[in-house]
Ligand binder design. Structure first.
Ligand code: PEP
Ligand code: MG
Length: 323
């Protein structure tokens, strides 16, 4: 109930046997920060920057973007803020870019693919982000990476943006963590290799489920096939977390799955370090986590990993929750 949740404010998100995780929030604009504060988030795990582009009739200038990013970082200068570079395309259209209609937009010209083709647009965003970095604890994250080539190319553009700021004598923070989303199966499969080139992973289950199961996330007709408990999805998630830890980096999750009460025990058991969710899910998630035993949910994971159907996994999870 409500009082129990309020009692969770100011507390750490730690299991009864001492496994600590971070509960962060997802935002779309600077205005969303106040709600995250109210619900005692421990940072921003996903700032979807698409809104900065969508809310206007032409590309936002570097200064316009800088103002928005600065607002977010200043509002919370002691907590980490993971800013995802723009993820336009797929279901998020931008008419003024004049991109042609595609037969399969989710498999098309989207996010990092667009940014690596339109490098000036990308570099403008990165320069704005770097300039804002001195106002808080910025972490930069690339969406829709599907290969090592793309990751290295994106990092190269970031390096170029830093050099251009050096030339202009404009300051930026010394150490900025750079991470990538794991939302394409090809990235999950080579996550051991990718992990050596980033400071963190954040698993985007909304897209990872869609691409792993070949189920359009917007298509109601096949919605029953869209399930994060699909054993193939669970195996990929576990693999990504293990590979990240092997390389010594932290692994978070910012898809809907991260805030889902029925999923959290499994994710804790897999060793996920950071959960990013909507503001209202944070305190309930903390309450749940503080009553879990890490040792117990780890064994839960071992058992689930052997199961072959969603039905079997769901039934097992339900039994465990009610036990
Ligand atoms: C995801 O794919 O899980 C994700 C967080 O990104 P978006 O929902 O913005 O595609
Ligand atoms: Mg996504």
């Amino acid at each position: 109930n409500r009082e129990n949740l309020i009692a969770m404010k100011g507390r750490e998100s730690t299991t009864i046997d001492g496994k600590k995780v971070e509960l962060a929030g997802n935002i779309g604009t600077a205005n969303d920060i106040s709600s995250l504060k109210k619900h005692d988030a421990e940072g921003v795990g996903l700032f979807r920057t698409e809104f900065v582009y969508i809310e206007r009739n032409a590309l936002p200038t570097e200064d316009e973007q800088f103002e928005e990013y600065k607002k977010v970082l200043e509002a919370w200068n002691t907590k980490p803020v993971v800013v995802r570079t723009m993820d336009i395309g797929g279901d998020k259209k931008l008419p003024y870019l004049g991109v042609e209609e595609e037969v399969n937009p989710f498999l098309g010209y989207r996010a990092i693919r667009l940014c690596l083709k339109e490098k000036e647009i990308f570099k403008t965003q990165l320069r704005a982000l770097l300039r804002a970095s001195i106002y808080g604890e910025l972490k930069i994250m690339f969406p829709m990476i599907s290969s090592l080539e793309e990751l290295l190319e994106a990092k190269e553009v970031l390096h170029g943006a830093k050099l251009s700021l050096d030339e202009d004598n404009i300051p930026y923070a010394n150490h900025i963590e750079v991470g990538m989303m794991i939302e394409v199966p090809s990235a999950a499969i080579i996550s051991d290799i990718l992990a050596k080139h980033v400071d963190f992973f954040s698993i985007g289950t909304n897209d990872l489920v869609q691409y792993t199961c070949a189920v359009d996330r917007m298509n109601e007709k096949i919605h029953h096939l869209y399930n994060p408990l699909n054993p193939a999805v669970l195996r990929l998630i576990k693999m990504v977390i293990d590979n990240g830890h092997q390389a010594g980096i932290w692994v978070g999750m910012c898809g809907e799955m991260a805030g889902d009460e029925s999923m959290i025990p499994l994710l804790i058991g897999m060793g996920l370090d950071e959960f990013s969710m909507s503001a209202t899910s944070i305190l309930p998630a903390r309450k749940q986590i503080t009553s879990l035993s890490y040792e117990t949910v780890k064994q839960l994971v071992d058992q689930v990993m052997k199961m072959g159907t969603v039905k079997e996994i769901e039934a097992f999870m339900e039994k465990m929750t009610n036990a």
